[in-house]
Design a protein around this ligand. Sequence first.
Ligand code: BYC
Length: 344
Amino acid sequence: MATAAAHRTAGAPAYGAPHADPDGDARQRAFDAAVAADERVEPRDWMPDAYRATLVRQIAQHAHSEIIGMQPEANWITRAPSLRRKAILMAKVQDEAGHGLYLYSAAETLGVSRDELLDKLHSGRQKYSSIFNYPTLTWADVGAIGWLVDGAAITNQVPLCRCSYGPYARAMVRVCKEESFHQRQGYELLLALSRGTPEQHAMAQDAVDRWWWPSLMMFGPPDDASQHSAQSMAWKIKRHSNDELRQRFVDICVPQAESLGLTLPDPDLKWNEEHGRHDFGAIDWTEFWDVLKGNGPCNEQRLTQRRRAHDEGAWVREAAAAHAAKHAAKHTGKHTGPTGVEQA
Ligand code: BYC
């Protein structure tokens, strides 16, 4: 944060520690001024507790979505129809793991640990995106996820590159570049199917029919039911409302669907000349809230698989910690045993 750096705390209290701060009002004013001036808030800067909590909530949910999002597509790695498709899909799923890593690291700068966040995911105390509670029934779903789900993600995440919190904004730059590749591979996959045999075309259409509406739900509830939007926009964490981004996504998708030779499953979708945008049909918000409550087709399966992967990966974490301890000991002259525990 360059000019309004008055709120930066030299020798700041430990992250997350209460700010016993006689100059609290001055810091709050300096924080507000910095945000108003479009400056970045950095980890060591003073920030309101509620700002910190909102960021942890959103970044954690975002990170969880990335790693849970690996599951529906990984489901098709062994059944990809060619070596080329398999290599692309494996790279994409690995990218999602990387996105989770950047995002958990960004959250850690706010004073929470990755273990704590994963624990909240596994116990259902933190959410992940509703979209990943739907099944991938055919190979075409890999294309529909790339085109629609990654397309929605880019629409939502490009503005997050200008988020007021520096580490989150910077993580988003790389994530968006990779999402852009993901979106294009999905589009290209669907195009190949759409131009293929009648059966392949039908499979592509069926996938788009099933993923269209859940993709629109990814942007969150309508603005009048979005409890966090107003405050998050005032803090410049979010730059646009849920409905604005949803509308932008619909307007982008309509011409792309035409080029793909596929139909978006909405009879009310039509160009509105007066407003210069597409009108679209009503979203089933009952379904959305139901999925958030844990009642989507795959909620249970996703969390069970995530917990299992975490348990089965325990030895990898232990081995990595032991290796790190051994490496550190080499530099400090201390000795560790095979478990990485320091030996007398
Ligand atoms: N799913 O006040 P609102 C990806 C919750 S990863 C579940 O509007 P906010 C990808 C919301 O959390 C995609 N929950 O909230 C990965 C809140 O509940 P809590 C993930 C949702 O935060 C792998 C309540 O509803 N992207 O694309 O202002 C492979 C009220 O909502 C959803 C991100 O996370 C939802 N769809 O706005 C391929 C982007 N929507 O927390 C692709 C970053 C809302 O009070 N996140 N809720 O219990 C955001 O931009 C915002 O958090 C949202 C919601 C727009 C999602």
